[in-house]
Design a protein around this ligand. Structure first.
Ligand SMILES: Cc1cc2nc3c(=O)[nH]c(=O)nc-3n(C[C@H](O)[C@H](O)[C@H](O)COP(=O)(O)OP(=O)(O)OC[C@H]3O[C@@H](n4cnc5c(N)ncnc54)[C@H](O)[C@@H]3O)c2cc1C
Length: 174
């Protein structure tokens, strides 16, 4: 999908300068990634294809071939289509995810773990109050807010509903 590609391109600058911006080394390695579709697995993007692609990329050792090309070629099952990008790579997701809250805390953000936004209250055209409930708590806490940034991922539509905003976001099996 076009939007996925645009998001990936926009995120490249963030990953490349992550340590500089957030002070966390996320172990980014430009290993190159090769995505492929085999003839017996024609549905690109399925979990099976991804696993297949990952193992294929590992076997092909795209970035640093340790085997002779002919040996590698013989060990790769036939495929009907593939993409290869030498600029692709991997990072440590745990370090990356911790980098954001660390940077946010340094800016004075109060992060509540294991707590859910249960309601948002509007006044004319903006949200003014958010109700938050910690897991296991009976009561909700009420917070006055200047802004609400909806980053609830697959659950973003539920947050949208709280303010009458219809977001076309729905979880989809990959
Ligand atoms: C199995 C799996 C493997 C993946 N592997 C990779 C990979 O290798 N590389 C890669 O780049 N991406 C991978 N992804 C995708 C990646 O995890 C997502 O793109 C990324 O996590 C999305 O981040 P996000 O912050 O938008 O949403 P999320 O990480 O989904 O965060 C949304 C958060 O909102 C919280 N939330 C929801 N409702 C509320 C509420 N009412 N109140 C408070 N909080 C709420 C949720 O608890 C959640 O913590 C993978 C995803 C899955 C499922």
């Amino acid at each position: 999908m076009r939007v996925n590609i645009e998001l990936s391109l926009a995120s490249k600058a963030v990953w490349n300068s992550f340590e500089e911006r957030f002070g966390v080394d996320i172990g980014l390695r430009k290993t190159a990634i090769c995505f492929s579709c085999g003839p017996t697995r024609p549905r690109c993007g399925s979990a099976r294809t991804s696993t297949y692609s990952a193992s294929l990329a590992r076997r092909a050792n795209c970035s640093r071939p340790r085997r002779q090309p002919s040996t590698v070629r013989d060990s790769i099952p036939p495929f009907v289509a593939a993409t290869y990008n030498p600029d692709d790579g991997i990072a440590d997701p745990n370090l990356a995810v911790q980098g954001y809250p660390e940077a946010a805390r340094k800016c004075g953000v109060d992060i509540r773990m294991k707590a859910a936004v249960t309601a948002l209250h509007r006044e004319v055209d903006r949200v003014v109050v958010a109700d938050i409930r910690a897991v296991g708590a009976d009561e909700t806490e009420r917070h006055e807010v200047d802004y609400v940034v909806n980053v609830a991922g697959a659950w973003a539509a539920t947050i949208g509903e709280m303010t009458g905003v219809d977001l076309l976001i729905a979880p989809r099996r990959r």
